[in-house]
Each structure stands twice: as structure tokens, then as C-alpha cells.
Design a protein around this ligand. Sequence first.
Ligand SMILES: C[S@@+](CC[C@H](N)C(=O)[O-])C[C@H]1O[C@@H](n2cnc3c(N)ncnc32)[C@H](O)[C@@H]1O
Length: 322
Amino acid sequence: MKSIHMINKVEHIPVLLDEVINALSLTKDEIYVDATFGLGGYTKAILSKKNCKVIAIDRDPQTKIFADNIKKTFTDRFYFKNGRFSELGKFLKELNIYKVGGVVFDLGVSSPQLDVKNRGFSFKLDGPLDMRMSCEGPTAEEFLEKVEENTLASIIFKLGEEVFSKRIAKSIIIQRSINKIKTTGQLARIIRDAIPVKKSKLDTATKTFQAIRIYLNDEINELEQGLIAAEKVLKPEGRLAVVSFHSIEDRIVKNFFLDCLNNKSWSRYLPEPPQKKPSLEILTKKPILPSTKEINLNNRSRSAKLRIAKRTAYTSSFGEIK
Ligand SMILES: C[S@@+](CC[C@H](N)C(=O)[O-])C[C@H]1O[C@@H](n2cnc3c(N)ncnc32)[C@H](O)[C@@H]1O
């Protein structure tokens, strides 16, 4: 209860809000999915702009309090599900919904998740080493207690694109044999001390924290499965809008869009031969970035990239929903 009270006091400024709302091309009576509800910034804007419905999903149980508030205003037009967006198709089916007019993803973590030190995501605050969006499964502390050095180095390299991954992994393994690594502050210090020179303005703990968070929350698999699920549920002309915050996510989104355009998707996700028609039309040749004005107002928007696609009338690249 205490953490919910704390989270309630923290704000999250929705990123690229106008651009996302335009991307969805909202129509009356249509159903939209906000796959990463957070504090409901996008959901509120969608429901306020058109007389439509929103099905919102978030894996963080602490977001329910914000959903409950929105429900008071938009009673019949809003439904919230606490769960992972990779299961979006299943959740819609439970509601007898088989097609929707748009799906939006705003990836990564919200400001409350970052700013409440007990969530353990931030290298700027000293909290317990948790990092779990869903508040279940192993914590970052438990993970770092057992992981092997080579595996850790590979995670930090692949998911953080950190060139000093081996040095950092070695240092973590040495330090954990001396003292248990229990807090974000301890981990951040170990990483900073392991890196020889600071070359950029970025805190040297950034990439390693990102890597551990992505690994622990299975974010790559979630994103791939979430995109597939979204493509399947979109009706012809339905919009898919994805806001990402680092190059690994953006690459996955870009390649997914291209795969659906060029029908290469089968080779990567399914063993069957490709269909001949594109299931998505790409509406953003280059991603939409926040304006300088938005970055000045909300520094966290600085790395955001929005990609938009439109569903074609051809069959899904991943098989139709039954
Ligand atoms: C950047 S925030 C979204 C903020 C939201 N657009 C707003 O305006 O308040 C990302 C949210 O997505 C949620 N999330 C991340 N990965 C998820 C997943 N695989 N399934 C469901 N929710 C997820 C996080 O818990 C977090 O609340």
C-alpha cells in the first residue's frame, strides 16, 4: 500500500502524445488497445478525443490505481487488464473482441517505476535491487547472486550494447563474493568503478542497468510477441503505433514492419512459406522524433522514436485469429 501511495504522487508525462493520437486515426465507436497503459496518458487522450473504447493492458499491478480512476469517468468505454501485452490476443478473446482499429505501444518503464526507489530500476537512487515490472519472479538481486560471468557479460553486451561488458561482469562477480549486492546504489558504484574512462555524458551505469532490466523482464520476447499479436488483431486500415526508447527496441520494430511488408516474417517466426501479400503498410519511412520543445519540457522524451504502420486487407503474416 505504501508503494502505491508513493507511486500516486509521481507523474508521467506522455511522450509524443499528439503524434501518437494522430497516428491512431481515431474513429467513433471503434476499439483501441493501449498495450502499455502506465498512468493512462494515452488512454485518457484517446477516450477524450473520440467516443470510442479503449482496452488497456499493463503488467505492473501498481498501475491499477490509475485505471480505477479512469474507469470512474469513462465507465462503459474503458477496460483494464493487468497482464503482459504478449497475451493481448488472449485478453481480447476473453472479451469476445476479435478485431480492433488500432494498437499503441509505449515501451520501457514509466516515470513512477524509475522514480520510486523501491522499484529498483534507477541507478540514480539507492533502493533494493528489484527491477521487476510485474512485481513477480526473480529480482535483479537474486539474478546477480547466481548468474555466471560469461552469461552476464553476454547479456550486458547484447542488451546494453556495452563495450566494457566483460570488465563489468568480472567486477560484479568479484564484488558479489566479497559482499552481497543488494542495492541499486551498490551495483551502480561497481559498474562505474569497472569502467576505465568516461567518454560520454551518459552515466556509465546506464547501459548495464538497461541490459539487466531487459533480460529480467524478458522485454525482447515480449516486444516480438506483442507486435505479432497486434498485427493479428488489427482490422484492415487499423493502425499500429510504437514508441521505443533505445536502438535495440527500435530495430526490432523497424524489422518487424519490413518483414510484414516484404513477407519475410515467416522465416523468422514460423516455419511455413511466405504469403505473397504485405500485411502492413509502413507510414513512417523514418521514425518520428520529439521536437526540441518537447525535449525541453520532458527530458525523458529525448530518445523516443515513433514508428507507425497500417494494416492492409491481406491476411495476417502470422495466421488469422480463430
Ligand atoms: C512508458 S510507460 C507507458 C506510459 C503511458 N503511455 C502513459 O502515458 O502513462 C510503459 C508501461 O508499459 C508497461 N509494460 C512494459 N512492458 C510491458 C509488457 N510486456 N506488457 C504489459 N505492460 C508492459 C510498464 O509496466 C509501464 O507501465
